[in-house]
Design a protein around this ligand. Structure first.
Ligand SMILES: *[C@@H]1O[C@H](CO)[C@@H](O)[C@H](O)[C@H]1NC(C)=O
Ligand SMILES: *[C@@H]1O[C@H](CO)[C@@H](O)[C@H](O)[C@H]1NC(C)=O
Ligand SMILES: *[C@@H]1O[C@H](CO)[C@@H](O)[C@H](O)[C@H]1NC(C)=O
Ligand SMILES: *[C@@H]1O[C@H](CO)[C@@H](O)[C@H](O)[C@H]1NC(C)=O
Ligand SMILES: *[C@@H]1O[C@H](CO)[C@@H](O)[C@H](O)[C@H]1NC(C)=O
Ligand SMILES: *[C@@H]1O[C@H](CO)[C@@H](O)[C@H](O)[C@H]1NC(C)=O
Length: 649
């Protein structure tokens, strides 16, 4: 039987590097080790997300308890070691901007985690982007942005922070805005390019024989299913966010169970699908975006807890409302917490069942949250999720297990969750290296036949051409020095659809761009990425990066996103970027036709915020079928959405 299986696998080519942790036919012991390693990447991310969620409610002691006994916090040039000292530092540093005092705010965002695991699976390192919006309710405010390069250790059955190292890159008060700290932005060293590291290999192959496991195949199957479930739930919650941005209430309502409940803290409770729609319309307005309307609600730091029985789950995260109407120059901020109970239907489909939205602070953009903010949910602390870790989860003997348990298939199912993290890892790596305009590292993230769109220009294929297009735009000396200004490439809120064989994935992410400068206040832009990733020679690589930009831009910090003026309808289209003539693309945006129409450098009339550009929810290259996943031996995810022609207002 075993021989037959091996033969079958080789024939399909699945024997090679399906999962990065083991290429051999699994044994119970090797599968157990692999399960632990994928769980570890996720547990590390959750510890950090939990740190952020706790900050929002001034839970300094609980935040400090996430550190190892001699763990260290290094915030710029300040240091605290051990939980007691860390708690004390957090409290003093907050200066009353703690989310506890009435009107105060401490929304800490720690996003775009790139986690790598040590060979022995007992240590981890991670890079994160940070943004922290603070206020004391008495007029005092602080906005801080930077990068974390953190370390984690597995101890006593749990992942703990051993080093939190924050590099402050920009900061300032609300009124007047932030500037580059110290006048210039350094290149913060990337742990994922240290010797032996690769962002496409978050889990390095284990060395030696796996230890003998006490877990049964049923227990491992359940742990793998919980990770597969988690992936589905992340995708639904994040898709919900994208639909909310566009006020696509029909699509939002589809995500909910028919007997769902939406509770908006301090406002009301809404029942059933009609109630879901009512809650959305009351909070955010009618279906669709009219010209000049911004309804972005990016989601950050999502933690998903799936119950052992695999029928229920809770997703908790932070939502930031960036809302406006450019027609009347109105704009506001919301700092919200959401907690969604999910249920799995008899059809096996997860649905949102009970959405609890708590708005901590609402503030007029032009006044800020220092004073003049309102707080519906003041004093309410939506229940937190635990950080015991996935391995510690109880086994539910009664949970149905309809599948025939087979080690090879379990390894395949595990490889799909490893793929979710692998795709996210190269996604955020792209953001980090392009922030630093490091064209060489950026090109090397691409698969040999991968391709990338350069904004306002077109597509380039392969690592060499994508790097050359970048060098042509930015010059060859850019990555070496300090910069006084920078536009960051945050890629949060991924929706990652993984193929059945775990070798390819499509990924949608936001492009959220906080910018900073030495001389004037930084601000934000928003756009959307539509990407594909593949496993090539055991490493995750980018197959396709398509940026649709911009959906909105702030005029500047003071006037914000609602300060944008409509383009003169009679002015000519701006045409492609200078790159187009200096280093012509292999496929221009114009050739892509309707799919890119309306973006700068593409076909049709240029559409610029505050006009509403169409938004796409999936992408197949209509011009180069030979660039597709399926033409190159990869599968398309069977769960992917069908091609959809966005929505017009
Ligand atoms: C923390 O403790 C561990 C285990 O005792 C030790 O290996 C490590 O060197 C210590 N780290 C620091 C910074 O003291
Ligand atoms: C620490 O950094 C802050 C700015 O981040 C600066 O104002 C302060 O002078 C620094 N302190 C020391 C001792 O270097
Ligand atoms: C940043 O701006 C400050 C104040 O304008 C100036 O003193 C400083 O030299 C600038 N730093 C750099 C690196 O340009
Ligand atoms: C791309 O290939 C050309 C020709 O081999 C070479 O000169 C150039 O250095 C390569 N560029 C990069 C970024 O690797
Ligand atoms: C790039 O940097 C090198 C070394 O600093 C310098 O010699 C060269 O002139 C620079 N090239 C450009 C195009 O700025
Ligand atoms: C998308 O919609 C526009 C406007 O309705 C239409 O002109 C275009 O043909 C559509 N494209 C596709 C691919 O369906």
């Amino acid at each position: 039987m075993k021989l037959v299986k091996n033969f079958f696998l080789l024939a399909l080519g699945i024997g090679q590097q399906v999962i990065q942790i083991s290429s051999a036919t699994p044994t119970l012991d090797s599968l157990a080790r692999s399960v632990e390693r994928v769980e570890s990447i996720r547990d590390i991310k959750d510890v950090q997300r939990c740190f952020a969620q706790l900050a929002q409610h001034g839970r300094w002691a609980d935040m400090a308890a996430l550190f190892y006994d001699n763990g260290t916090l290094r915030w710029g040039n300040e240091t605290a070691t051990g939980p007691a000292a860390i708690e004390n530092w957090l409290r003093i540093d907050s200066a009353g901007m703690d989310g506890v005092r009435p009107g105060s705010l401490d929304t800490m965002i720690v996003e775009n985690g790139l986690v790598t695991l040590s060979v022995d699976g007992r240590r981890g390192k991670a890079r994160w982007n940070g943004l922290r919006f603070m206020g004391d309710g008495l007029g005092g405010t602080r906005i801080q942005g930077g990068i974390y390069q953190n370390e984690y250790v597995f101890s006593g059955g749990q992942w703990k922070i051993s080093l939190l190292k924050y590099f402050p890159l920009y900061s300032g008060p609300y009124i007047g805005g932030w500037r580059t700290v110290g006048g210039s932005v350094p290149i913060v060293p990337y742990h994922f390019y240290e010797p032996g590291e690769d962002p496409g290999v978050p889990i390095k192959p284990a060395i030696g024989e796996p230890p003998s496991t006490r877990a049964t195949i049923e227990q491992l199957a359940q742990r793998i299913s919980r990770m597969n479930d988690e992936d589905s739930i992340r995708n639904i919650q994040h898709s919900y966010g994208y639909y909310v941005d566009r006020r696509m209430w029909n699509d939002v309502v589809d995500l909910f169970a028919s007997n769902a409940v939406v509770k908006v803290t301090g406002v009301g409770t809404y029942q059933g699908k009609a109630g879901v729609r009512q809650a959305m319309e009351q909070r955010m307005g009618p279906e669709g975006l009219a010209q000049g309307v911004l309804n972005d609600h990016p989601i950050f730091d999502l933690i998903v807890d799936v119950s052992p029985n695999g029928r229920e789950a809770v997703a908790r995260g932070v939502e930031v409302g960036m809302i406006g109407n450019a027609n009347i120059r109105a704009a506001s901020w919301e700092f919200n917490v959401f907690r969604t109970q999910f249920r799995k239907g008899d059809d096996g489909q997860w649905r949102m069942f009970n959405l609890e939205l708590t708005s901590l602070i609402n503030a007029d953009y032009y006044k800020g949250w220092g004073s003049g903010a309102s707080a519906q949910g003041s004093g309410v602390v939506p229940e937190f999720s635990g950080t015991e870790g996935r391995a510690a989860q109880e086994y539910d003997e009664d949970a149905e297990n309809k599948d025939e348990l087979d080690l090879v298939d379990l390894q395949r199912r595990l490889s799909r969750s490893a793929a979710y993290d692998g795709a996210e890892s190269v996604s955020v790596a792209y953001g980090y290296v392009i922030d630093d305009l490091n064209c060489g590292l950026m090109g090397a993230l691409f698969a040999q036949k991968g391709h990338k769109s350069s904004p306002f220009c077109g597509f380039y294929q392969g690592p060499n051409h994508t790097a050359e297009a970048c060098y042509t735009t930015y010059g060859r000396n850019r990555s070496s020095g300090l910069r006084t200004s920078i536009s960051f490439h945050w890629r949060p809120q991924p929706v990652i659809l993984v193929s059945e064989d775990g070798r390819s994935a499509t990924l949608r992410a936001r492009l959220l761009q906080p910018s900073t400068s030495n001389s004037s206040a930084g601000s934000f832009n928003g756009a959307i990425y539509h990407d594909q990733m593949v496993l090539e020679n055991g490493k995750w690589r980018l197959w396709s990066i398509t940026i649709d930009e911009f959906y909105w831009q702030s005029k500047n910090w003071k006037e914000g996103w609602a300060g944008a003026n409509p383009r003169d309808a009679s002015s000519p289209n701006p045409g492609p970027s200078a790159l187009f003539n200096k280093y012509p693309p292999e496929v221009s945006l114009v050739e892509i036709g309707d799919r890119e129409a309306g973006f700068q450098g593409a076909a049709g009339r240029f559409i610029q915020w505050p006009e509403i550009q169409r938004m796409w929810f999936h992408y197949r290259n209509p011009v180069r079928p030979d660039w597709s996943l399926t033409a190159n031996g990869y599968q398309e995810p069977s769960t992917g959405p069908s091609l959809k022609n966005g929505t017009f207002s």
